[in-house]
Write a protein that binds this ligand. Structure first.
Ligand code: PRP
Ligand code: URA
Length: 208
C-alpha cells in the first residue's frame, strides 16, 4: 500500500517549528500532539459508522457514531508515548497498548523489552504510533509482534518518515497502511532522518 502523506499548509507550518533545533520542550510536545491529531483524523477516514437515535433540543433524529472500543492505539516506547495526548483528544475512549523496543546503536536492529496489549486485541483495528520511521526496523518489528498475536487490521502513524524505511516496511508488511506528515530526503550513516528533527524521544522528554 502506498503511504498516505498529510498535505496541508498548517502541517507544513507546524513541521517547520517542530524541526527547528531552537524549539523548546514545551512547544515540541504540543506540536507532536497537534500533528498527531491530524494524523489520527486522516487514519479514521474509513472508520465504520453505526446509526443511533438521539434527541436534539428541537427533535428526535438519527445520527452516526463510531465505536471507540474498536480501536487500540499502540505507541512504541519511548517517543511514541508523546503522541498519546493527540490521540485521546480525538478518541477519548481509545484503548492503549504499549510496545517497548530500542535500537542497538551499532547494528541499528530493534530489541524488545516491553509488550502489553488490551484483551481481545485480535479483533481490533490496531494503530501503531511513533513519530519517526527511519530504517523501519522498530515499526516492522512492532507489526510482526502484533500479527503474531492475531491482529489482522494494522495501521501505522508517523510524523516524519524516511524513504528507505517506507520502502522496507511496504516490502515486509504490504497490508499495513502508513500515514505520515512528511517524507524526508534520506537517512544519514547513523540511521538519523535528514533533515528530520533529531532524536524525537530526547526532544519530547528533554533528555538531550
Ligand atoms: C526512535 C523512534 C522509533 C525509532 C525509529 O526511537 O521513536 O521508535 O527510533 O527508527 P527505526 O525506524 O530505524 O527503527 P529510539 O530507538 O531512538 O528510542 P526512544 O523512543 O526511546 O528515543
Ligand atoms: N529516531 C529518531 O528519533 N530520529 C531519527 O532521525 C531517527 C530515528
Amino acid at each position: 500500500m502506498e503511504p498516505i502523506k498529510l498535505n496541508h499548509p498548517l502541517i507544513e507550518h507546524k513541521l517547520s517549528i517542530l524541526r527547528d533545533k531552537n524549539t523548546g520542550t514545551k512547544e515540541f510536545r504540543e506540536l507532536i500532539s497537534e500533528i498527531t491529531l491530524f494524523l489520527c483524523y486522516e487514519a479514521m477516514k474509513d472508520a465504520k459508522l453505526t446509526e443511533v437515535e438521539i434527541e436534539t433540543p428541537i427533535t428526535k433524529t438519527k445520527a452516526k457514531q463510531i465505536n471507540e472500543n474498536d480501536y487500540v492505539f499502540v505507541p512504541i516506547i519511548r517517543a511514541g508515548t508523546g503522541m498519546i495526548d493527540g490521540i485521546v483528544t480525538m478518541i477519548p475512549n481509545a484503548k492503549i497498548g504499549h510496545i517497548g523496543l530500542y535500537r542497538n546503536e551499532e547494528t541499528l536492529k530493534p530489541v524488545r523489552y516491553y509488550y502489553k496489549m488490551p484483551k481481545g486485541i485480535e479483533n481490533k483495528t490496531v494503530i501503531i504510533i511513533d513519530p519517526m520511521l527511519a530504517t523501519g526496523g522498530s515499526g516492522i518489528d512492532a507489526i510482526t509482534l502484533l500479527k503474531e498475536d492475531g491482529v489482522k487490521n494494522i495501521k501505522f502513524l508517523s510524523i516524519i518518515a524516511a524513504p528507505e524505511g517506507l520502502k522496507k516496511m511496504q516490502e515486509v508488511h504490504p497490508d499495513v497502511q502508513i500515514y505520515c506528515a512528511a517524507i524526508d530526503e534520506h537517512l544519514n550513516d547513523v540511521g538519523y532522518i535528514v533533515p528530520g528533527l533529531g532524536d524525537a524521544g530526547d526532544r519530547i522528554f528533554g533528555t538531550v
